[in-house]
Design a protein. Structure first.
Length: 696
């Protein structure tokens, strides 16, 4: 049976996304009719692409660099006529169109942003801050918003609200509230959009001209990135381009869309043809992030006028987006949210991750006065990463690696391959290495509890598995007590989320766990990075590559032949999917059906999108919706239902990523006796019954 979610499940609009576009049309100087026609053509293209908000540049109807022509009545009359024609031309279009125009109001000229929707002038926002320095001379022609002589304007045959206090709210798109600012407004210490966002705006549109100078593009990026991150909003930016006067200036037509500090789209600069970019901004995530970031609301409370109802006028309209069909998703969704797809970013992340882990362990050893550490080494990913961190911590402390007391502890199901890998790694690192066979103590414990496996019966139940894990726990802690050492934990974030860790053993309990907030997918890349870097030498790198090639298994049940008797991912699901689920559920509190929607877009096509550097080809696979939903159910059941009591007793360990951690003293606090019913019910209600998903 395949899944057929109800109508709208695959529609980005119904999943909390809003499609926005930013255009840089070709400008014809001092020819409003031609500019209106160029903008209308772009608006029709955008509307056909289900765009909800289309932004165009500052003074786009007249041209920006026309100087004293701005005081010519013939031109200003032509601007108003062009605006009326543009409103009529777009009356049948569902999008909100934002255009720049010089408009007169009671004896003053204002540099304005005009919001149009279905032929209606929703409102007009004047520029607040006029640059009048270096190449800019705007105070010669314009009055600022604070000097406006009225709160309404009659333009294009309509009377509309006028002022910098307008927020445009879509009544039929939850959370979509648009604020407008113009060019210089974002360059001042307190941009108008900062107050508007504290008042509820979620999308900020900046109509800009902004001439090109060397290095200015990077500064614009910085402004948009920081504004969208600090104001927890989407930020749309459009600069003037082809056609503007180059008498004294040059123009690059740079357009950008940012969402919560992430750039979603950008136009090429200095293009000769009209440019338009589109992206789906995540309104639902923005709302959730504001709810979570309590300092955002606190700042709004304490900023005069920010949340005063008398300070803001809400202009409401119905956007009426397409609700049934699949309109696609116009933004990249990272398959590995904890792992960058860029080589440069991944390299920097790995270096910083090791630094955080190492410094955390170093500080704990210095603070406790303990000179040595004890660690169990299995030949698997997690203990390998913890061992590498311990080696680096000893180097930072100026101590020999022989102060690392590493033990490999084989029992009933330990394979010859993992034991050999563990030994190769310990020898290559030069730690104090020992092997202690856990089999006799495990047999004795099985006999003491009356378990049939003590006499050779093949009863491989939970008690059988936990006896092995418990014997290792006891040994590591007793060895640490005997040696005056600290037990280094090996369990990772993914195992903690899924409860895939035996209560009380080194993969869950320790004196300090440097892996506590690192997911399995990132650990694989950290080890791969260290193997390539060869910072510990060629022998260690060879051992690390063997670790990466080993099947992930707890090795607690005997297998047939040389392979492991258990494959972890057969029980808990592919770590690639489960780390994806973990990130979106804990970092943003997303409802399960929305996580499934994002996972489907991220994982449905193995040929599309970027993969993290170095990821083996056999791990570059696709998942259909049925697989995604199946393993998401497993995640929800385990995360919300059966494993919180283990997380409530997690040992100390450093937080690594803004993606989150599960420490009961930090990012995640939850009762141990809650259940997953609400999350599972939401998923089932949204996913529906039998049928098929849309084709690629």
């Amino acid at each position: 049976m395949t899944l057929a979610p109800p109508p709208g499940f695959f529609n980005a609009h119904d999943q909390g996304f809003v499609r926005c576009a930013v255009a840089a049309p070709k400008v014809t100087l001092a020819d409003p009719a031609a500019n209106a026609e160029a903008i209308a053509a772009l608006a029709e293209t955008a509307a056909a692409d289900h765009v909800a908000v289309l932004l165009t540049p500052e003074l786009g109807l007249s041209g920006y660099a026309i100087d004293d022509l701005l005081h010519q009545d013939a031109l200003l009359n032509a601007v108003e006529a062009a605006l009326a024609a543009l409103a009529a031309r777009t009356a049948a279009l569902g999008l909100m169109l934002l255009v720049g125009a010089p408009l007169r109001l009671q004896g003053r000229l204002h540099n304005c942003a005009v919001a149009l929707h279905r032929g209606r002038v929703l409102g007009v926002v004047p520029k607040s801050y006029l640059p009048n320095y270096r190449e800019f001379y705007e105070a010669r022609w314009f009055a600022p918003a604070a000097a406006a002589a009225a709160t309404e304007i009659t333009v294009a045959g309509q009377t509309a609200p006028f002022g910098a206090d307008l927020i445009f709210e879509a009544e039929d798109v939850p959370g979509l509230a648009v604020a407008l600012e113009i060019c210089e407004d974002v360059w001042v210490p307190v941009p108008p959009s900062a107050l508007a966002c504290m008042a509820g705006a979620t999308v900020v549109a900046n109509l800009s001209a902004s001439n090109a100078t060397v290095g200015k593009s990077e500064f614009r990026h910085a402004l948009c990135e920081v504004s969208s991150a600090r104001q927890i909003c989407a930020y749309l930016y459009s600069a003037a381009g082809e056609g503007e006067s180059t008498t004294d200036l040059a123009w690059d037509g740079q357009a950008m869309i940012y969402d919560l500090g992430e750039m979603l789209a950008e136009t090429p600069r200095f293009a000769r043809a009209p440019q338009m970019i589109t992206a789906d901004v995540d309104i639902e995530r923005l709302q959730a992030e504001r709810l979570r970031a309590t300092s955002f609301a606190a700042c709004a409370r304490e900023t005069p006028g920010a949340t005063d109802p008398a300070r803001w006028r809400r202009v409401r309209f119905s956007l009426d987006p397409v609700r049934v069909r699949d309109v696609g998703l116009r933004r990249a969704v990272a398959r590995f949210p904890f792992v960058p797809a860029s080589s440069e970013r991944l390299d920097a992340l790995c270096a910083e991750a090791y630094a955080i882990q190492t410094d955390g362990l170093r500080q704990r050893l210095e603070a406790s006065g303990v000179k040595r550490v004890v660690i169990g080494v299995s030949g698997g990913l997690d203990s390998t990463q913890a061992l590498l961190v311990a080696a680096q911590a000893m180097e930072r402390l100026g101590r020999p690696r022989s102060d690392i007391l590493a033990y490999t502890l084989p029992a009933f199901a330990t394979s010859a391959k993992t034991k050999a890998t563990a030994w190769a790694l310990m020898r290559a690192l030069g730690v104090t290495a020992r092997e202690v066979d856990m089999t006799p103590s495990c047999v004795q414990m099985l006999r003491d509890i009356g378990h049939p496996a003590a006499d050779g019966a093949a009863q491989y139940d939970l008690a059988y598995e936990n006896v092995q894990a418990g014997a290792r726990t006891s040994f590591l802690f007793r060895a640490a007590g005997h040696e005056g050492a600290l037990v280094v934990g090996t369990g990772d974030l993914s195992e903690a989320a899924l409860g895939w860790c035996t209560y009380g053993v080194g993969d869950h309990m320790s004196h300090y766990n440097p892996n506590a907030s690192i997911p399995k997918t990132l650990i694989q890349h950290l080890i791969r990075w260290e193997a390539a870097r060869a910072g510990f030498g060629a022998e260690v790198s060879a051992a690390l590559r063997d670790v990466l090639a080993t099947e992930i298994s707890p090795e607690l049940v005997p297998g047939e032949g040389e392979g492991p008797g258990q494959r972890t991912e057969d029980f808990v699901g592919p770590y690639a999917l489960q780390d994806f689920n973990l990130y979106h559920v804990t970092r943003y509190g997303m409802r399960p059906s929305r996580v499934a929607f994002l996972a489907w877009h991220a994982w449905r096509d193995a040929q599309a999108g970027a993969w993290p550097p170095g990821l083996p080809e056999d791990q570059r696979r696709a998942y259909d919706l049925e697989e995604i939903a199946r393993w998401l159910r497993v995640f929800l059941s385990r995360f919300f239902g059966t494993s919180q009591y283990k997380r409530s007793a997690m040992p100390n360990g450093p937080k690594l990523s803004s993606g989150g951690a599960l420490s009961p003293r930090g990012d995640w606090r939850a009762p141990s006796d809650a259940g997953p019913a609400v999350w599972l019910a939401e998923l089932e209600a949204r996913l529906g019954a039998a049928g098929s998903a849309p084709p690629l």
